[in-house]
Design a protein around this ligand. Structure first.
Ligand code: ATP
Ligand code: MG
Length: 394
């Protein structure tokens, strides 16, 4: 008797009532896709997805499953016929092989027609283990937790559970236009959205020749890491040079960043609407820099009533860095690059900008025409499973 499958337990989606079917189906498709190269069989029921390991070793399959949003936990299980003798035999065999002195048994009878009640089954299994091994029962400080689920089709026996990523299956919560800068924060913000089942398109504002083309390699590498959660991510590169030059010509230095952010927001919302994204998102964190004080965010937000998600709003930089290391984007993000925000960085940016002043300064040039022109000249790349594909202009 060996463990032959991984059982995937649904996360929050199990509380989703009416949508449960769609949630399970989406998760099932995502799991099937993610495990394509492992040669394992994937099937699903109302309560779980089962990954039949066949000859595959479980560790790499488990590691891949742990990267899929929408999964609460995963257990390594042995599937046995629903016969009490078979179940007892299998439990004894599996527990005997486990290290550890103490154990606890938990039987969950999903199939109420199964003739042995959960309590009786628990006692019978525990007795067998007590009589045939040197292990003892400890209900509180156990080394081995033997779980037996008597389901409609089979009984599933498990001693090992692993945490899933949580969140929702990707594709269940719409699509968002995410601003990706090449710094540390925005990839982490992207990950947080992906984990909640939100699909992403990304935008980058490029200001050649002030910013170098190398930033695009950086962004595509970052997106390659995020492909773990979303297989194919679109990168919209927006030509920002003209707007930026106009800002630095017409707007007093302390307001340059505020006005620049307002322009970025207008462009992002314009593209989000055109591409059917339900919101815009950024890696902003309250108080991190001058443009991210609440007073600045209000002035920036004023250009739109479209939803703007800021998943890192209340996160500390240290915790953001930790997360970026975990998702593998940190080393890419710290490669040196010039961003359009850093090259024109004013010496004394306004931390408490006035909305009226910002409007007055930006009205000194015809930004609407420039925004329209920039949106017409968006360059599009797709990053799919780490590979970059160019697209024809949309
Ligand atoms: P990051 O926030 O990614 O670490 P950063 O800290 O250098 O980069 P900020 O100046 O904090 O960037 O910008 C805040 C947010 O604005 C970014 O997280 C990103 O969402 C957006 N942003 C800034 N610059 C750009 C850009 N050139 N293209 C797209 N989005 C940008
Ligand atoms: Mg930042």
């Amino acid at each position: 008797m060996t463990y032959d499958s991984l059982m995937i337990h649904y996360g929050e989606l199990s509380t989703k009532g009416m949508n449960k079917k769609a949630f399970i189906n989406t998760l099932y498709q995502n799991v099937k896709h993610a495990l394509k190269s492992f040669g394992v069989g994937v099937s699903y029921t109302h309560d779980f997805i089962l990954v039949k390991l066949d000859d595959a070793s479980y560790e790499p399959v488990l590691a891949r499953i742990q990267e899929i949003p929408g999964i609460q936990k995963i257990s390594l299980v042995a599937k046995v016929e629903k016969d009490m003798n078979e179940i007892i035999k299998a439990c004894l065999e599996l527990v005997s092989k486990e290290e550890g002195k103490t154990f606890k048994v938990d039987v969950h009878r999903v199939d109420k027609a199964f003739p042995v009640r959960s309590y009786d089954a628990t006692c019978q299994i525990a007795d067998e283990i007590l009589h045939n091994t040197d292990k003892t029962v400890d209900l509180h400080n156990y080394d081995i937790f033997l779980k037996v689920a008597i389901r409609l089709d089979y009984a599933y026996i498990s001693c090992h559970e692993y945490p899933g990523l949580g969140g929702y299956p990707l594709g269940m919560n719409g699509k968002v236009m995410h601003l990706l800068s090449g710094g540390i924060d925005s990839p982490v913000a992207a990950y947080k959205l992906l984990r909640r089942g939100i699909a992403l398109e990304t935008i980058h504002f490029a200001s050649p020749p002030y910013t170098s083309a190398a930033v695009i390699d950086k962004l595509t590498d970052i997106l390659g890491e995020l492909n773990v959660y979303q297989r194919n991510i679109k990168l919209n590169i927006i030509p920002f040079t003209k707007i930026q030059e106009a800002i630095y010509k017409y707007v007093p230095e302390p307001y340059c960043i505020t006005v620049m952010r307002r322009m970025m927001m207008r462009l992002a919302v314009g593209l989000a609407k055109a591409h059917h994204c339900l919101a815009v998102s950024t890696g902003e964190s309250v108080g991190q820099v001058a443009s991210q004080t609440l007073q600045s965010l209000i002035v920036i937000n004023e250009v739109t009533n479209y939803p703007v998600l800021r998943p890192l709003a209340a996160e500390d930089k240290v915790s953001i860095i930790d997360q970026s290391k975990k998702i593998g984007t940190y080393e890419i993000s710290i490669r040196p690059y010039e961003d359009c925000c850093t090259i024109f960085k004013p010496k004394k940016p306004k931390t408490h900008p006035s909305l009226l002043e910002a409007i007055e300064y930006e009205n000194r040039f015809d930004y609407s025409a420039m925004i329209e022109e920039a949106l017409e000249r968006v360059e599009i790349l797709y990053v799919e499973e780490g590979e970059v594909h160019e697209a024809v202009q949309e």
